[in-house]
Design a protein around this ligand. Structure first.
Ligand code: PHE
Length: 335
């Protein structure tokens, strides 16, 4: 075929093909085919050398005109295709900020911990400080310093979990209450003392709806120059209202603890019945003596309450075992 004919075909056919190229990639392939190294235009230019002298100039101009015309079409189509592809990329990479987020699984403190934190906060707001003590305790701090007689029945292995550990002359055990921290704290600090001690305690009790060998207490101790039983009642009554609501009624009935005298239990009237909430009393002079305080100089009160029981009372939980059940359907009710 004559070079002129080939050029004429290109001039006729190529514009429509350029216009139909749907992507930049397609267009580049087409451009290579039309104007690249193996294109008819390149071949035409190579053939110029062997063309007759008198035709060379016209033929060269004709090749050039076609090349310029088609390159212009290719360039303008490229601008269009690049714009289309850029806006498609924007569309497909778009982030929809109105979609709901993925909610991560959220842990939470257990109801017992929540209740302990809340109780501690109520006393902190009255000026008390917080301390914690060892769960593995000596028989001295757990019983002897607290005026328990040597033969007191709760010292027995039937009630208390002893450990075969260390060489303490009196023995080592899992503390049966948080009261040993009364003695430990007073040994280390001079009066006045306003202290709460949250913690885990242990007793040799079989599990049932109201008992567990592991449970939680919050101990309280107030020692100053003229603390009275009236102060004890005022503080604990205030606590009960803060924790259970302003409409509850409290009463104090006589009880016995070796480390307080007089001793009492505080009961509350809530949900239509009376319930025991805690043990309390005025610190026994023998305890002051055991820790090096002068019982003629100071007086004080102490109390101990079960956090698990308080959680049950306030949340209407009828079986203590629910609190130790890892079933999330139960636990998630108290987030
Ligand atoms: N430690 C006692 C108990 O566990 C409670 C208590 C604490 C009583 C402080 C009086 C004073 O039952």
């Amino acid at each position: 075929m004559e070079t002129n004919e080939i050029l004429e075909q290109l001039r006729v056919n190529a514009p429509a093909r350029i216009e139909q190229a749907g992507t930049v990639e397609e267009l580049e392939d087409l451009a290579a085919e039309i104007t690249g190294k193996r294109s008819p235009i390149a071949a035409g230019r190579r053939s110029l050398g062997s063309a007759p002298q008198e035709q060379r100039r016209d033929l060269g101009r004709a090749i050039n005109d076609v090349a310029v015309e088609l390159n212009a079409l290719i360039d303008s189509r490229r601008v269009v295709l690049e714009a289309i592809e850029a806006s498609q990329a924007l569309e497909s990479d778009r982030v929809d900020v109105t979609l709901p987020g993925r909610i991560p699984l959220r842990g939470t403190t257990h109801l017992i911990q929540q209740v302990m934190d809340e109780i501690v906060d109520i006393f902190v707001s009255m000026g008390y400080t917080v301390a914690t003590g060892p769960e593995v305790e000596t028989e001295f701090y757990n019983f002897t310093a607290l005026n328990f007689p040597v033969a007191h029945p709760t010292r027995l292995e039937s009630d208390t979990l002893y450990l075969d550990y260390g060489d303490d002359p009196e023995g080592v055990l899992l503390r049966t209450h948080t009261s040993p921290m009364q003695a430990r704290y007073m040994e280390e600090h001079d009066p006045p003392v306003y202290l709460v001690v949250p913690g885990r305690v242990f007793r040799r009790d079989p599990v049932d709806s109201t008992h567990s060998p592991v449970f939680h207490q919050i101990e309280g101790l107030a020692v100053d120059t003229d603390i009275t039983f009236g102060d004890l009642k005022g503080v604990l009554d205030h606590f009960a209202r803060e924790f259970l609501g302003p409409d509850i009624t409290t009463k104090f009935i006589p009880h016995h603890f070796p480390f307080t005298e007089p001793s009492a239990e505080m009961h509350v009237y809530a949900n239509g019945r009376w319930m025991e909430l805690l043990g309390c009393g005025m610190v026994h002079p023998a305890v002051f003596e055991a820790v090096g305080y002068d019982p003629d100089e100071v007086t004080g009160f102490a109390f101990g309450m079960g956090a698990d029981r308080l959680a049950m009372v306030r949340h209407g939980i009828t079986d203590l075992r629910h609190l130790f059940d890892p079933d999330r359907r139960i636990l998630e009710q108290y987030r």
